[in-house]
Design a protein around this ligand. Structure first.
Ligand code: 7TS
Length: 406
């Protein structure tokens, strides 16, 4: 992969921040956008902005073709068997909430178990807490190993015939752990449970095949994979989605509306109430084209090398505390002695280096790590080893600045 050429596609990267060339190490929060996506949004709004699935006029037909064409791109990207299984949502959060509200409300009852892990993002915890309270189901946590990985024996011991849902992230946004979701799906299915995979941190960085994983539901966000904000995807197996009720009601999703009851459109539209996220979907389609042109295997390989390089280099800094396993996705979460991560991120920002500091929407995991917050550097296809060198220099500067805590 020619990183220089890749970087040239991202206009935002070529700027100075606080007098230094920008080093953007916060792609797990949101990725930057390539020219192809920016231009596609521009083309849409200038050329054929229109509502979809309605009129017969030319712009509306073009917008509908592009919107539904993006759905087909998503289908191929995750290898779903049909576009009926690809629902556009606002993002991962909305996708998971939809499953909890629709599938959960209809299928969970007292005595049933929902199995998750302590490393989940809040958006894969709270919807289950809420639906557990509503239905009387019990929330159960799979234990983690000290390095932040999951053993299949523990998955087997936690998932039982009472389990009705296993909801798990494929890649941790804090630890970088890559979870064995295919094997866990098998364990879930052996117990007649369904599984939802939170792919927010995996779909942007590795090849996804929902049929090979045998995921019943798979959720991800466009903005973390070079696409616009406000668009995401809920994949679901057709047999399950067909039996589920919509959670949003209104225009677009109906077939017939009578005075006292109504019927729904077929999949996937019954889950897309209201004017859909047209520009978002069109932009996501362009992001998928962009990622495919480079190749997900090449992207994953590049990020793996960056993560290993970062681990090696960062470990040389005195007082460094890194969380998570050696084998990991492209991110490193850490603390530097007793420097508060917000102070650390502020010093790095003054050097033009953008990292995230805080609890990363994973408060239960922070408690498990026994910290209140951490800093995180996360990488994507446009990052380089030189940028990691800049980060390490920035960490040395931070040490000098807060010398008394070392
Ligand atoms: N699941 C995981 C694993 C995530 O990392 C995130 C966002 C979400 C779900 C929610 O995605 P959304 O697009 O619906 O907001 N993670 C982060 C992060 O790590 N820093 O900022 C957002």
């Amino acid at each position: 992969m020619d990183v220089k050429a890749v970087r040239d596609e991202f206009p935002i990267l070529h700027q100075e921040v606080n007098g230094h060339p920008l080093v953007y190490l916060d792609s797990s929060a949101t990725s930057q956008k390539p020219r192809k996506v920016i231009e596609k949004l521009d083309e849409y709004y200038r050329g054929y902005n229109s509502n979809v699935h309605r009129g017969v006029h030319t712009l509306g037909t073009k917008a509908t073709d592009e919107y539904e064409g993006a759905r087909e791109k998503v289908r191929r990207f995750i290898n779903a068997s049909s576009t009926q299984e690809v629902i556009f949502t606002r993002g991962t959060t909305t996708a998971i909430n939809t499953v909890a509200a629709s599938y959960g409300r209809a299928n969970f009852k007292s005595g049933d178990e929902i199995v998750i892990t302590p490393m989940e993002h809040h958006s894969n915890i709270i919807p289950w807490q809420q639906i557990a309270k509503e239905t009387g189901a019990t929330l159960k946590y799979m234990p983690l190993q000290p390095d932040g990985t999951i053993r299949l024996e523990d998955a087997k011991a936690t998932i039982t015939p009472n389990t009705k849902m296993v909801a798990i992230m494929q890649v941790s946004n804090v630890l970088g752990t890559i979870n064995p979701v295919k094997e866990i799906a098998q364990i879930a299915h052996d117990n007649d449970s369904v599984i939802l995979v939170d792919g927010a941190q995996s779909a942007p960085h590795m090849k996804i095949d929902v049929q090979e994983l045998d995921a019943d539901f798979f959720a991800f966000s466009g903005h973390k994979m070079c696409g616009p904000t406000g668009i995401g995807v809920l994949y679901g197996k057709k047999a399950l989605l067909n039996k589920m009720e919509p959670v949003e009601f209104g225009g677009e999703m109906i077939d017939f509306v009578n005075l006292y009851d109504s019927t729904w459109k077929e999949l996937p539209w019954k889950f897309e109430g209201g004017t859909p996220i047209i520009a978002g979907a069109v932009g996501l389609g362009a992001a998928i084209d962009f990622l495919n042109d480079i190749g997900l295997d090449a992207i994953q390989d590049h990020e793996h090398k960056l993560a290993q390089y970062a681990l090696d280099r960062m470990q040389t800094v005195d007082g460094m505390n890194i969380y998570g396993p050696q084998e990991r996705a492209g991110l490193v979460t850490f603390n530097l002695a007793d420097v508060h991560p917000h102070d650390l991120a502020t010093v790095l920002d003054a050097e033009g280096i953008a990292v995230r500091a805080g609890h990363h929407c994973a408060q239960p995991l922070m408690r498990w790590l026994d910290v209140s917050a951490t800093a995180r550097a996360s990488f994507y296809l446009y990052n380089t080893e030189e940028e990691i060198d800049r980060l390490v220099e920035g960490l040395q500067t931070t040490k000098e600045y807060f010398g008394d805590v070392f």
